[in-house]
Design a protein around this ligand. Structure first.
Ligand SMILES: [Zn+2]
Ligand SMILES: [Zn+2]
Length: 488
C-alpha cells in the first residue's frame, strides 16, 4: 500500500476534510477530457499568470506572443520534437481534408528548400513568383490538381472517426454516419495488411485519388483494441513509398498511454525512422490541434533542420489566423504540459494502468480465464461492459460497444495502487467517500454528472442514488438499468 496516500475522513457534516478525495469513481471524466482538475493550481508558472490575468487582463494580453511561444517550445520539448502548429476547439475541427491539405501546403511552401533558395524565395526576391513556388511544392509533394481541389483522407479501418465532416461517414455509430458530409475517406481495411505489396498498391491508389494523409490510431478509442505494431511499421513504410503523410490520432492516447505519445512506446518506436509526420491531439491536453514532426519520413523531404526554420513556418501559419488560441485556454493547456512533466504523468499512466488491471483481474477471478475482460494501454482501460457494472462506477460508453471505457484522472494518488483502488472504490472506505460526495452535491445543488448506464450527461433527476453517488440520463431504458443496480 502506498503510505503517502492521504486518507479522506468525512466529518460529521459529511464534508471531506481535505480538498481532494483520495479517489473518486468518476472514470468518465468528460470522455477523457480531464487528466486532472488541478493543473493550474499545481503549476506555479501558469498560476501566477492566471492570477495576474484576473487582476489585469490587458497586461497579460500584452504577453500573448511570448506565452504562445513558451507553450509551443514547452510542448515540443515534452513530446520530444513534435511541434504544435494549429489549434482548434475540438479534434473533429482539424481532421478535415482541406485543413490538413492547407497545413501541408503551408509547411512545404515555407520550407528551407523554398525560403532559402534565391530563385524561389518570396523573402529573397523582389518580384515573388507564387506560381513557381506552387509548382515546386506540388512536385515536392507529388501532388496533382486533385490534391489541391478535392483533397481526401485515408483511414485505417476501425478508427474512431469524427463527430462530423468527412470522417463521420466511417463512424461505427449511426448518429455520426447520418451527418457525415464531404468526400468519404478512402478506407484501408485489415485485409490490406496481408502483405507489403498489397498495402503499397492500395496506398498508391489512395494517393492517385487525392489522399493527402493517412490517419490511424494505435489504440481504438472505442473498444481499446490495439493496432498491431507490425501493421504500424508496414503502414509507415508504405506511406513513405507512396509519398503520403502519416498522421496518428492521439486525442485519446496522449500522456494517458505513457511515452508521452502512444506512438513513442517501444513497441512502435523501436526503429526511429518509423515516426509519424503529424499527430492530432486534443481532449485532456486542454486544446486540440496538430503537431508536426520534422523527423517524420515524409516530412524529412522538406529539409527542416534548424529550430529557427521550424519556428518560422509555425509563425507563417499562425499569422493567417488572429489569436489562434485564447489566453485562458492557452494557460490551462500550458499548465497541463508543465504538470504532466513535473509529476511524470506518462510514467504514472503506466502505473495506473497496472494497478487497475490488477484490481480488475482480481475481481474477475475465474471469469478472466479464456475471456477478454480488459483491454487498452496504460490509463486507457477498456472493461467488458457487463463486467464493469459490478463496480458501480461512472464510465464512458459508445452506444453500440460492448466495452466500457475507464479514463481515470492521472494525478489521483490512490490510482497507482490496486489495494487503494479496492479500498476506496468498493472496500471499507467506499461508502463513506461516496456519501461525502453525495452530501457535497446536495449542498451545491448538483447531481452525478454521467449516466451510469449509457455514459451521456446525466439528467437532473431526483432519484439519483445517494449511497453510490450514481445517476442516470432520464431515458426509460437507463432508468430500468439504474433501478436494478445493487447498492454498495
Ligand atoms: Zn443513460
Ligand atoms: Zn446505489
Amino acid at each position: 500500500m502506498n503510505g503517502t496516500t492521504k486518507v479522506a475522513k468525512a466529518t460529521s457534516n459529511g464534508h471531506l476534510n481535505h480538498e481532494q478525495p483520495p479517489l473518486d469513481h468518476d472514470l468518465h471524466n468528460g470522455w477523457g477530457t480531464l487528466y486532472s482538475a488541478n493543473a493550474i493550481k499545481n503549476d506555479e508558472r501558469t498560476r501566477l499568470v492566471w492570477e495576474d490575468y484576473a487582476k489585469n487582463p490587458a497586461r497579460v494580453e500584452g504577453q500573448y506572443h511570448k506565452l504562445l511561444n513558451e507553450y509551443t517550445t514547452r510542448f515540443a520539448s515534452f513530446f520530444g520534437g513534435y511541434w504544435p502548429i494549429t489549434f482548434h476547439a475540438h479534434v473533429s475541427d482539424v481532421l478535415i481534408p482541406t485543413t490538413l491539405a492547407s497545413l501541408i501546403l503551408n509547411t512545404a511552401s515555407t520550407c528551407p528548400l523554398v525560403v532559402e533558395d534565391p530563385k524561389l524565395s518570396p523573402l529573397l526576391k523582389d518580384d515573388p513568383e507564387p506560381e513557381k513556388v506552387h509548382q515546386f511544392v506540388r512536385d515536392l509533394l507529388g501532388w496533382t490538381d486533385v490534391h489541391i481541389s478535392a483533397p481526401k483522407l485515408a483511414t485505417v479501418q476501425g478508427i474512431y472517426g469524427c463527430a462530423f465532416g468527412p470522417l463521420a461517414h466511417s463512424s461505427e455509430e449511426w448518429e455520426y454516419q447520418i451527418i457525415g458530409a464531404g468526400p468519404a475517406p478512402f478506407s484501408i481495411t485489415r485485409d490490406d495488411f496481408a502483405s507489403e505489396d498489397i498495402l503499397l498498391e492500395k496506398l498508391r491508389t489512395a494517393k492517385e485519388q487525392g489522399c493527402v494523409t493517412v490517419i490511424c490510431d494505435l489504440v481504438n478509442a472505442s473498444d481499446g483494441s490495439i493496432f498491431p505494431p507490425e501493421h504500424y511499421r508496414m503502414l509507415r513504410i508504405c506511406c513513405t513509398k507512396a509519398r503520403i503523410f502519416l498522421l496518428v490520432d492521439e486525442a485519446m492516447t496522449a500522456i494517458r498511454c505513457g511515452a508521452p505519445w502512444v506512438c513513442q512506446r517501444p513497441e512502435y518506436s523501436e526503429n526511429p525512422d518509423l515516426q509519424p509526420d503529424l499527430i492530432a491531439f486534443g481532449k485532456g491536453m486542454g486544446v486540440s490541434g496538430i503537431a508536426l514532426n520534422f523527423n517524420g519520413m515524409m516530412m524529412r523531404h522538406l529539409a527542416y533542420t534548424k529550430r529557427e526554420q521550424i519556428l518560422q513556418t509555425i509563425r507563417f501559419w499562425r499569422s493567417m489566423v488572429t489569436r489562434p488560441i485564447a489566453i485562458p485556454v492557452l494557460l490551462e493547456a500550458m499548465a497541463i504540459v508543465n504538470v504532466a512533466e513535473a509529476e511524470e504523468w506518462p510514467a504514472r499512466s503506466e502505473k495506473i494502468g497496472r494497478a487497475f488491471r490488477e484490481f480488475i483481474l482480481r475481481h474477475a477471478g475465474g471469469e478472466g480465464q479464456g475471456k477478454e475482460i480488459v483491454r487498452g494501454i496504460g490509463a486507457f482501460i477498456a472493461v467488458d461492459r457487463e463486467f464493469s457494472k459490478r463496480f458501480r462506477v461512472m464510465a464512458a460508453f459508445r452506444r453500440k460497444s460492448s466495452w466500457a471505457r475507464w479514463l481515470p484522472k492521472l494525478d489521483t494518488p490512490a490510482f497507482v495502487d490496486s489495494d487503494e483502488i479496492e479500498r476506496y472504490l468498493l472496500g471499507p472506505d467506499a461508502k463513506e467517500l461516496r456519501r461525502a460526495l453525495a452530501s457535497e452535491a446536495e449542498e451545491q445543488g448538483t447531481t452525478p454528472l454521467w449516466c451510469c448506464i449509457c455514459g451521456i450527461d446525466a439528467a437532473v433527476v431526483d432519484d439519483w442514488c445517494r449511497t453510490c453517488f450514481l445517476g442516470y440520463c432520464g431515458t426509460e431504458d437507463c432508468k430500468k438499468g439504474f433501478e436494478s443496480h445493487t447498492c454498495l
